[in-house]
Structures are given as structure tokens and as C-alpha cells.
Design a protein around this ligand. Structure first.
Ligand SMILES: Cc1cc2nc3c(=O)[nH]c(=O)nc-3n(C[C@H](O)[C@H](O)[C@H](O)COP(=O)(O)OP(=O)(O)OC[C@H]3O[C@@H](n4cnc5c(N)ncnc54)[C@H](O)[C@@H]3O)c2cc1C
Length: 478
């Protein structure tokens, strides 16, 4: 998530992998109570809860590392930057409790000084959450947010298709709805940018009903998504949460084990590229578009299979530029930028709590993200640094380190930030996929009614799946 629009030495693209596989694997055929597919926050939360309840659990992870969409890389001794999930905020109780339990500290996102608004070639300083827009744009944006919150009040997060106006909301994209509300190009642009910051995708691709359900899921206010949800960071990065959970499991996570097929039955057989394992219950936490590539035999019910075909992922490229010092702070700047010019339209100060080194994090989302997909590592870096220099001057073009990640190149994520519903999907298929398919359960941040798409949602969904599985195991003893 890259929220608020209101509110030297190159390290090339990381390729997103690290670590090594967890030891040699015995021949397949082992029996477990539960197999969990995916060692992100959701899968590891579920596995932890199941082990605590005395169940035998095997976690199969495709990558050579745990954490999934949480991925932190070292840029200096003891300093990491977050290439995936990063922020938390008020109301995100589970992820913050987990951090506390694992001894991972929290600290406030740096927000001292003036923010920058770049529009039509002009750079303006401002304070507070709202860029210095024209009065018309400001009024239209305020009305847009008020209307969204009002409509969301009638939409349940868990079953949005039941809303009285679900059909009308789901028949339009967020983009077409915004266009109907605003005639100010500036308001339309900023509203679209906030949607890109939420989904990593253009407002023209996402169902309005999806957004309304999300607003309900974060507590009823659109401003939370683009504001307070980014107020707090994790000292040392949030991937530590997954690493900490994985370390405590009785059975080590089996890395480099992409699941390619699941034979369904009273006992399910889960096939990786090299081995097979059996379990009474299976929890799949791979992102939805990635789950669509797993072969199920017998196949999933057709509405479920078709739903998985219709779950695209956003196009975010996340970048981190590292400097000896956060030089913008000396100029009275917070590091926060909102810009109408890409590829990097949103920037924040992302320095560690000590303020050394200085780090800027930036986002290219939706079509801006896609504009970077075809570039070489060097050209992508040059395009990104040109954006940063536009906002912070020539010093910004000379970082000591630079890292980025094109999430659409990650085969086990498919994009960033997560999946979303295009128009028509929730009302025609949502109800059909809201439970397990026999003993196959589905979990993950993008399945969570509360805090969907967030680390908080991943944990809550993992907990819910574990409870569902424990109930099923209890009901079918032996
Ligand atoms: C760039 C970016 C920025 C973000 N910013 C924030 C933020 O600031 N705050 C916030 O709360 N959230 C943020 N998020 C979202 C957050 O990171 C995710 O919602 C959360 O980490 C998802 O956890 P998960 O366990 O549901 O899924 P994932 O983390 O995607 O875990 C799924 C796991 O399944 C594995 N897998 C996939 N396919 C297979 C297979 N076939 N076999 C075996 N394993 C498989 C994957 O490798 C992965 O490890 C961000 C995400 C990204 C990408």
C-alpha cells in the first residue's frame, strides 16, 4: 500500500529471492493433519494456531524464503528497506500484537516538515494532509470521500453482494463513478491517484463495490486507507514477523516447494514439483491469481474456478533510494511527495528510526508501474531517479544504494499489492466462494473481510482458516 495523496552504488533489482531451501526432503507420502500452502503471514499464522492446538502441520512454500509479500533487503549494516509490506496503523490490532509478541518494535513514520505537491510542472510546499489544490478540487475531493463513506455504510465487508445497491455499485468501476462525481481534472486525478495507491491499479479496472467493502473492512472511512494506515513502521521491517513465526514451528517450513496440484478426497494429496504429501485438511494461502494455476483433481466447482480466473493483481513497482543522510530534512521537507508526473507519483521518507542513512521510498502504480516493466534495470533506475531529482534536486539522483522490485515479475505473487474484483465479479460469484471446498480452505490477506489486502488481514484470515480447520478436524475424528 502506498497511501496518502491527501494525507551511488547501484544494487540492481533484487529479483526478490533470498535464503536457501530447508534441508533434504524424505520421500513423499507423509501424513499430516493439515498442509498449509504458502509461508506468508497468513499461512504461518494458520500453521502456528494449528500446532498450538496439537495438530501436525506441514507448510509448503514455493520461494526460497518465507514472508511472501513481506520482503526486506539489507542496504547497510543493520539497515533494511521494505520492498513489500511496510506500514501499520490504528485498528490493526493483530499485526501489532504479533510484533509485540516477537519483540519487533514499532516507530512512527517520519512526518516532520513540509510536504511537496508537484503539479503541471510546479513544485509547491504545503503542510497538513491535503495538497494545495484549487478550492473546486478540494470541495469535490471532500464530497467524493464523504459519498464513498456514506455508500460503504450500507455494504457489509463479508458479504458485499447482499447490499441493497450491490448490483448498481458492482456494475461500475471506481473510475467511472469518480468521473461522474467530479468535473475538476485535478480532483479526478487525485482521486484516481489515491485508488492507485490503494490497489496498485487504475480506478478504471476495479469494481466500486470492491472499494466500498474495503472501506467497511477498515472501519468505515476512506481516509484510513490513504492516511492513518501508514502512520507506523516496524523496526527492522515486517518480514521479521514471518521469520519469527517460521522459526517457532515444530516442523520447519519446506522451502522451494511450489505446489502444482492437489488431489482432492477425504485425504488430500498435495503435489509439489518433486514430491507428494497427504493431509486431512489443506489451507491454500497463495494469492488468488497464483492459486488459479494450481491443478485440482477433481477440479474446483466451476464458479470457484471461474472466480479465480477473474482476480487480477495490481502493477506496483516499489523503489528505495538510500543516501548518506536524509538531506531533505535539512531543507525543512518531510520527504512526502504527491505528483501528477510519473513514473514515481508518491514518495515518503523511509529512513530508519536513527535517521541514518536517509532513505526515500517511492511507488509507480497502475499504468505508471507498467511503464517501467519493459525497461532494463539501468533504465528503470534512471527513470525513477529522474522523478526523485524533480522533487528533491540533483542530490536525489545520486543515491549510495538503490533497490526496487517489479512485483509483476514475481511468479508467486503476480503483482502488487494484491488482487481485486473487476466489475460484476462480486455479485455473480462472491457468494459461491465464501467458504471451503470440502477439506480445501482458502486464506490470505485478499480473502479477509477486515483489513483486506493488509498484513492485518493476512493474519486475521490465517486465524479464521485455522479455526475453520480445527472445527472440521473435530467433526471428522480418525
Ligand atoms: C509492494 C507492497 C507494499 C505493501 N504495503 C503494505 C503496507 O504498507 N501495509 C500492509 O499492511 N500491507 C502491505 N502490503 C500487503 C501485505 O504485504 C500483504 O497483504 C500480506 O503480506 C499478504 O500476506 P499473505 O500471507 O496473505 O500472502 P503472501 O504474502 O502473498 O503469501 C503467500 C505465500 O504463498 C507462496 N506461494 C504462492 N504460490 C505457491 C505455490 N504454488 N506453492 C507454494 N507456495 C506458494 C508465496 O511464495 C508466498 O510466500 C504490501 C504489499 C506489497 C507487495
Amino acid at each position: 500500500m502506498a497511501g496518502a495523496v491527501t494525507a551511488g552504488l547501484a544494487v540492481a533489482s533484487t529479483g526478490g529471492e533470498e535464503g536457501s531451501a530447508a534441508g533434504a526432503t524424505p520421500a513423499g507420502g507423509s501424513d499430516y493433519d493439515v498442509i498449509v500452502v504458502g509461508a506468508g503471514l497468513s499461512g504461518l499464522t494458520a500453521a502456528t494456531a494449528l500446532e498450538r492446538a496439537g495438530r501436525s502441520v506441514l507448510v509448503l512454500e514455493a520461494r526460497r524464503r518465507v514472508g511472501g509479500r513481506n520482503y526486506d533487503v539489507a542496504v547497510a549494516p543493520g539497515v533494511v528497506v521494505e520492498l513489500g509490506g511496510e506500514w501499520t496503523g490504528p485498528g490493526q490490532t493483530r499485526v501489532q500484537a504479533l510484533a509485540h509478541e516477537l519483540g519487533v518494535g514499532l516507530f512512527p513514520t517520519y512526518a516532520t516538515g513540509s510536504n511537496l505537491y508537484y503539479r503541471s510542472g510546479q513544485l509547491q510546499r504545503y503542510s497538513g494532509d491535503i495538497p494545495p489544490t484549487s478550492p473546486t478540487a478540494l470541495a469535490q475531493l471532500a464530497q467524493t470521500i464523504a459519498s464513498l463513506n456514506q455508500m460503504a455504510a450500507g455494504v457489509s465487508a463479508a458479504a458485499p453482494w447482499q447490499a441493497l445497491q450491490a448490483g448498481a455499485y458492482d456494475a461500475q468501476t471506481i473510475g467511472s463513478w469518480i468521473a461522474g462525481q467530479n468535473d475538476s481534472p485535478e480532483a479526478t486525478f487525485l482521486a484516481g491517484l489515491s485508488i492507485r495507491a490503494d490497489y496498485g491499479e487504475e480506478a478504471s479496472q476495479v469494481s466500486l463495490l470492491d472499494l466500498l467493502a474495503e472501506i467497511t473492512g477498515v472501519g468505515g472511512d476512506f481516509n484510513t486507507i490513504i492516511g492513518s494506515a501508514q502512520s507506523t513502521r516496524f523496526v527492522g521491517g515486517p518480514q521479521q514477523l514471518s521469520k519469527g513465526l517460521a522459526r517457532r514451528l515444530a516442523h520447519p517450513v519446506r522451502l522451494s516447494s511450489p505446489v502444482v496440484a492437489v488431489e482432492r478426497g477425504r485425504t488430500a494429496t498435495v503435489h509439489t514439483t518433486g514430491q507428494s504429501f497427504r493431509a486431512r485438511q489443506v489451507i491454500i494461502t497463495a494469492p488468488k491469481s497464483v492459486t488459479a494455476a494450481i491443478r485440482f483433481d477433481p477440479g474446483l466447482p466451476p464458479d470457484h474456478a471461474q472466480y479465480l480466473q477473474r482476480q487480477p493483481t495490481g502493477a506496483t513497482v516499489k523503489i528505495q533510494a538510500v543516501y548518506d543522510t536524509p538531506f531533505w530534512r535539512q531543507q525543512g521537507l518531510s520527504g512526502t511527495v504527491t505528483s501528477d508526473t510519473g513514473p514515481i507519483e508518491i514518495v515518503y521518507d523511509n529512513s530508519p528510526p536513527s535517521g541514518s542513512p536517509g532513505v526515500l521510498v517511492g511507488f509507480a502504480e497502475g499504468n505508471q508501474g507498467r511503464s517501467l516493466f519493459g525497461l532494463s534495470d539501468g533504465d528503470r533506475r534512471a527513470a525513477v531517479l529522474a522523478s526523485l531529482a524533480r522533487y528533491f534536486g540533483p542530490a536525489a539522483a545520486r543515491p549510495t544504494h538503490y533497490v526496487d522490485l517489479v512485483w509483476a515479475r514475481e511468479p508467486y505473487s503476480g503483482g502488487a499489492y494484491g488482487s481485486f474484483n473487476p466489475p460484476g465479479v462480486l455479485t455473480s460469484m462472491g457468494a459461491a466462494v465464501s467458504g471451503p471446498v470440502d477439506n480445501i480452505h482458502f486464506a490470505g490477506a485478499d480473502y479477509s473481510p477486515e483489513w483486506p489486502g493488509y498484513m492485518e488481514g493476512a493474519i486475521r484470515s490465517g486465524e479464521a482458516a485455522a479455526a475453520q480447520v480445527l472445527a472440521a478436524l473435530g467433526a471428522h475424528r480418525g
